[in-house]
Design a protein around this ligand. Structure first.
Ligand SMILES: [Zn+2]
Length: 125
């Protein structure tokens, strides 16, 4: 098999893989930026158990955090909003991962696409 045939086969494989990865995005629901975390807090009362025992801290409190203009922003969430946004943040992270895969694949594809195009340009008419 010559180089061109092998490159064209590789490209076909990359295109099919890219389509499969892109199709996963279509099935994903609503998305939300930032991240969700649980915090266990002290209440500030000196006579409360939480003042001296970290295991007696209150919580969990669910916080949503993100960066806005370089500053970290946090907001306390309550059910059902906390459950909804937990799901939506999970969806967004999944899409981020899928986009990273698509970028990686595109990088690999560029080398092959360039080789094929350059060979076609050199071909005598
Ligand atoms: Zn307390």
């Amino acid at each position: 098999m010559d180089r061109l045939t092998s490159d064209l086969q590789t490209l076909q494989r990359f295109r099919s893989l890219h389509r499969d990865i892109a199709a996963r995005v279509a099935g994903i629901g609503f998305m939300w930026r930032g991240s969700i975390s649980e915090r266990w807090l002290t209440c500030g009362r000196a006579d409360c158990e939480c003042a001296k025992d970290p295991r007696a801290r209150h919580g969990p409190y669910v916080y949503w955090t993100t960066k806005e203009k370089g500053r970290s922003v946090a907001r306390l969430l309550h059910p059902p909003e906390s459950d909804i946004l937990l799901e939506w943040v999970k969806n967004r992270k999944e899409v981020d991962g899928i986009l990273r895969e698509m970028h990686k694949l595109s990088h690999k594809a560029l080398k092959v696409v360039l080789r094929v195009r350059l060979r076609q340009m050199r071909k005598p008419a």
